[in-house]
Design a protein around this ligand. Structure first.
Ligand code: NAD
Length: 258
């Protein structure tokens, strides 16, 4: 297979739908061999049916035992790894901080941050053995802006930036590049749910909430999952060979989160 990622072995977490699916499909087009994990059996089966040659298993990134099983499967299938995309992440609760239940906070941080650690600690020895590679972490514009009523999400996505920058320094001498992408409002069912939750929290109409949000984006529109996939491809391919330790916004210039 030819292309900018020809022969590269890539693992995309939460790759069965949304942004992860777009990245996995774009990487496959670019010549990579694809492994995904997800927690949604139906979405995973549909993804594997639409992308012949791709591999995948059910695994929750927040469970270290399941992540160990995931990496055992990756090693069996690929015999190593060149690219890890830490994509799994959930929106978490939309509530005032005093109304957030500790278990909802914990679940958000467990997936968005701890899961990234569990996968990275297993991937690094494989990337080192491959003589170098690339890690792409999904942060968010909520990882560079404050986000009222979404404190666990914002806190976890800022933490992703610290994790990324520290790892870039730690792994650079081994030829491993580490970057994070900060998507803005990505069109799709997830953002529809986020806007509905915000509209409910402010007690306003959902269309009004959407209009309010888009007024804070210079391009006055959402971005697409394919826009995020193009950035992921750019940093993993030859084009991104000297890029590491960066938090890259793909957001139409999103200036304020409300
Ligand atoms: P999504 O809600 O569409 O979910 C994608 C997939 O994640 C689903 O198939 C789901 O089953 C899987 N998943 C959920 N929890 C999992 C877990 N614990 N382990 C494995 N798989 C799991 O997500 P998305 O909108 O595509 O977002 C992907 C990443 O991008 C996340 O980290 C998210 O925070 C970030 N992001 C998204 C947006 C947006 O507007 N959609 C904006 C900024 C950042």
């Amino acid at each position: 297979m030819s292309g900018p990622l020809a022969g590269q072995r890539a693992l995309v977490t939460a790759g069965a739908s949304g942004i992860g699916r777009a990245i996995a499909r774009r990487f496959a087009e670019a010549g990579a061999r694809i492994f995904v994990c997800d927690i949604d059996a139906k979405a995973l089966a549909a993804f594997l049916a639409e992308l012949p040659g791709a591999h995948g298993i059910l695994a929750d990134v927040a469970d270290p035992g399941q992540v160990d099983r995931l990496f055992a499967a990756v090693e069996t299938e690929f015999g190593g790894l060149d690219i890890l995309v830490n994509n799994a992440g959930i929106a978490g609760p939309t509530r005032k901080v005093e109304d957030i239940a500790p278990e909802d906070w914990d679940r958000c941080v467990a997936i968005n941050l701890n899961g990234m650690f569990y996968c990275t600690r297993k991937a690094v020895p494989l990337l080192k053995a491959a003589g170098g590679g690339s890690i792409v972490n999904l942060s968010s514009v909520a990882g560079r802006l404050g986000y009222p009523l979404r404190t666990p999400y914002a806190a976890s996505k800022w933490a992703v930036v610290g994790f990324t920058k520290s790892l870039a320094m730690e792994l650079g001498p081994d030829g491993i590049r580490v970057n994070c992408i900060q998507p803005g409002l990505v069109a799709g069912p997830r953002i529809d749910g986020v806007i509905q939750a915000k509209a409910d929290a402010f007690d306003i109409d959902v269309d009004e909430m959407k209009e309010r949000l888009l007024k804070t984006v210079s391009l006055r529109r959402m971005v697409t999952a394919d826009d995020i996939a193009e950035m992921a491809l750019f940093v993993c391919a030859r084009a991104g060979a000297s890029i590491t330790g960066q938090a890259l916004s793909v957001c139409g210039d999103h200036q304020v989160l409300q």
